[in-house]
Design a protein around this ligand. Sequence first.
Ligand SMILES: Nc1nc2c(ncn2[C@@H]2O[C@H](COP(=O)(O)OP(=O)(O)OP(=O)(O)O)[C@@H](O)[C@H]2O)c(=O)[nH]1
Ligand SMILES: [Mg+2]
Length: 299
Amino acid sequence: MSQTRCGFIALVGAPNAGKSTLLNAFVGSKVAIVSPKVQTTRTRVLGITLHGDSQLVFVDTPGIFQPKRRLERAMVAAAWQGARDADLVVLLVDASDAKIKPETRSIVAGLKSGGRPAVLALNKVDAVKRTRLLALSEELNSEGDFTATFMISALTGDGLGDLKSSLAAAVPEGPWLYPEDQLSDMPERLLAAEITREKLFLRLYQELPYSATVETENWEQRDDGSIAIAQVIFVQRDTQKAIVLGKGGQMIKAIGTAARQELEEILDCRVHIRLFVKVRENWIDDPDRYSDWGLDFNA
Ligand SMILES: Nc1nc2c(ncn2[C@@H]2O[C@H](COP(=O)(O)OP(=O)(O)OP(=O)(O)O)[C@@H](O)[C@H]2O)c(=O)[nH]1
Ligand SMILES: [Mg+2]
């Protein structure tokens, strides 16, 4: 029998680089939520996949940026922890940005000073000119310590095969740590809450600059095989509650329908969702709101 390999591969990068999109593409299933808004991912999310004799455990992390508030500090701390715990680190950079973001520069410096060689992946090649990619690659390689550079599109799949084979060859020898068919370690209740948060963000990211969070309060497997889920959307102000509800309750209804449809696909059964909106001015400073995500309140 050939020797198996298994390793943790952290995906790090500035907010919006496409880390969660890449994780989902590698796993071939929606594991982490994605939005055009920065700071979508709040905590470490695992996506597990096989390549030949290797089991690759991808660790999606929140984007790394200069944190100001408590939740942001906890998110950035979780991201660096993800990088420290991993066998390999992939730094994802949005190549379609006109300039290298200061956040990206600080991650490059942080990896270097931590003595962590990383793989550089320039993402969104579908949206950039080739000449720009080469210049960007040169500039980043002169600043940081990268073992290899890949040009990819997490969206179209371009270049993902090469990146995956290279990572599969680089993870350490050892037994597989997860069952072959496991895709993630995220509890279903949390995944369901994340999906609703994604639908909320996709519709309202301009009106609700991340002052909302979602929790699954109840999860009931019914005799007819369907699942009934009750969730609470926490917002900080009455005006935000009105926005989430929408005229005649239309907004919350649309969010619920979109979340239900996606969950039915993932869970492969009928799903009923009931959504409630609660105003909690200080949810962002409430330790209870952090524990579901495994974030450190005191980071
Ligand atoms: N054109 C293009 N867009 C992409 C690509 N990869 C990701 N995106 C888009 O970039 C946006 C951000 O993607 P995410 O995967 O949520 O980014 P992230 O790095 O996880 O962001 P945070 O969780 O906020 O740190 C979304 O609108 C994606 O559809 C790509 O290869 N090409
Ligand atoms: Mg993300």
